[in-house]
Write a protein that binds this ligand. Structure first.
Ligand code: 5GP
Length: 184
C-alpha cells in the first residue's frame, strides 16, 4: 500500500522479512570473519540504528558497539553536500578491528569522510557493512565495503531507519519515492 509522508508519496519496496533474511546472512558471515577477534561495530546515526540493532542480535562473538553521528542531508531528498560531525567517536580504536555500520551509501561522500577519520585513528582493520548501496550514485571506489544488504537503483527511499524530513524512520519496511516527483 502506498503511503504519504509530508508532501510525498512512497510505494512499498523492500519488506522487513527480506531485510531480516539478508541480515541473518550478513551476521553469519561476520561471525566467521571475526571469529578470533573482538571487533568494534560503529553505527552511523541516525539512519543505521535499526540495522545496527537487528544485526547485533545476529552476532554471537565478543564485540563492542558504539555510534557516531554525521549529517550530510538536511531533511530533504537531496544531499546538501555538507558534512558535519555532530557526535564524534568516543572510543579508542587504535589496533582494533572496526566495522562501520551504515544505513545507505549513496554518493559515498559520507563514508569517505568517515573512513578518513577512522583510518587516522590507526585501527588494525576497517570494513564497512551497509544495508543499502546505490552503485550508480557512487563517486568513489571503496575496497572496505565488505557486507552489503541490497544494491538498489538511484531512488530515494525511506523506512527502517531512513527518513524523509525526519519522518518515516520508524517504518518496518523500506519504501521508495513514487514516479517522477520532484525532490524537495
Ligand atoms: P552519501 O554521502 O553516500 O551521498 O549519503 C549518505 C547519507 O545520505 C546516508 O547516510 C543517508 O542519511 C542519506 N541518504 C542517501 N540516500 C538516501 C535515501 O535514498 N533516502 C534517505 N532517507 N536518506 C538517504
Amino acid at each position: 500500500m502506498k503511503i504519504t509522508i509530508d508532501d510525498k508519496t512512497f510505494e512499498p519496496f523492500i519488506e522487513y522479512s527480506m531485510i531480516e533474511k539478508r541480515i541473518r546472512l550478513i551476521g553469519i558471515q561476520m561471525n566467521v570473519d571475526y571469529e578470533d577477534k573482538v571487533p568494534v561495530f560503529i553505527g552511523v546515526l541516525n539512519g543505521a540504528f535499526m540495522f545496527m540493532a537487528d544485526l547485533m542480535k545476529e552476532i554471537h562473538i565478543g564485540c563492542e558497539t558504539t555510534f557516531v553521528k554525521l549529517a550530510s542531508y538536511h531533511g530533504g531528498t537531496k544531499s546538501s553536500g555538507m558534512l558535519t560531525e555532530e557526535f564524534p567517536l568516543s572510543m579508542d580504536i587504535k589496533g582494533r578491528d572496526v566495522v562501520i555500520i551504515e544505513d545507505i551509501v549513496d554518493t559515498g561522500r559520507t563514508l569517505k569522510f568517515l573512513l578518513d577519520k577512522i583510518k587516522s585513528l590507526e585501527p588494525a582493520s576497517v570494513k564497512v557493512a551497509t544495508l543499502l548501496l546505490k552503485p550508480e550514485a557512487l563517486e568513489y571506489q571503496f575496497d572496505e565495503i565488505e557486507f552489503i544488504g541490497f544494491e538498489i537503483a538511484n531512488d530515494f527511499v525511506v523506512g527502517y531507519g531512513l527518513d524523509y524530513k525526519n519522518l518515516g524512520r520508524n517504518l518496518q519496511d523500506i519504501y521508495r519515492l513514487c514516479g517522477q516527483q520532484l525532490p524537495g
